[in-house]
Design a protein around this ligand. Structure first.
Ligand code: 5RP
Length: 222
């Protein structure tokens, strides 16, 4: 079993019958969703809110009942991946481009479990370029304003055309170097008018489940 599968499947042990779940996006939480699909077939009663069209399709194929974000006030638990995590439980997310919906879903979750492999646990955030979702209108201006904060933003591409998020927006991938004040940077970025949201998740994750190369799994609680 690979490290992502170990972490993804371990997280499902925290799921209880009757829960409303946030379903994250990516190749690690994929294993959680697969496992949930198995359990639903065996009678587990859960409902999920997907964080991307990819996750929505996967959940529908597996027979996991879904509800819309607008129809609920709170989720019991969200399971989602991350691109980097540190010991303060701060995360960089958005490598898969789903950061906006992921953050909206995480924001109404009583618990948020992050599932990662051991390569993603870091001392300082920032080696992974921070994804920033921006609107298409005037994107070059937004890129300039983000670069003035001390980063080197690059417009994310997909086969020679800009990558478009599920929300119809662009993504800037931004190298800031070591991120010392994740909360400050998160708030500063979101004050730029063309920025919709960024991939810094602060005070959201309460549990980090790490799949290790040697086949073990570590769980960190905040
Ligand atoms: O934030 C995300 C998508 O927007 C993913 O959770 C993150 O990119 C990790 O993905 P993976 O588990 O495939 O490495």
């Amino acid at each position: 079993m690979n490290a992502k599968q170990l972490a993804g499947e371990k997280a499902v042990e925290h799921v209880k019958d009757g829960m409303l779940l946030g379903l994250g996006t990516g190749s690690t939480v994929y294993w959680s969703i697969l496992k949930l699909g198995d359990l639903v077939k065996k009678g587990l009663n859960i409902k999920g809110v997907p964080t991307s069209t990819n996750t929505e399709k996967l959940a529908i194929n597996l027979g996991i009942p879904l509800v819309s974000l607008s129809s609920i006030n709170q989720l019991d638990l969200t399971i989602d991946g991350a691109d980097e995590a540190n010991r303060n439980f701060e995360l960089i997310k958005g490598g898969g481009g789903a950061l906006l919906r992921e953050k909206m879903v995480a924001s109404i979750s009583r618990r948020f479990i992050t599932v990662i492999d051991d390569t993603k646990m870091v001392t300082d955030l920032g080696e992974f370029p921070l994804p920033v979702e921006i609107i298409q209108f005037g994107w070059e201006l937004t890129l300039k304003q983000v670069s003035e904060l001390g980063s080197k933003p690059k417009l994310r591409m997909d086969n020679n055309a800009p990558f478009i998020t599920d929300n119809g927006n662009y993504i800037l991938d931004c190298y800031f170097g070591k991120i010392q004040d994740a909360n400050g940077l998160k708030n500063t970025l979101n004050m730029i008018p063309g920025v919709v949201e960024n991939g810094l998740f602060v005070n959201m994750a309460d549990t980090i489940i790490i799949g290790n190369k040697n086949g073990s799994v570590s769980t960190l609680y905040k």
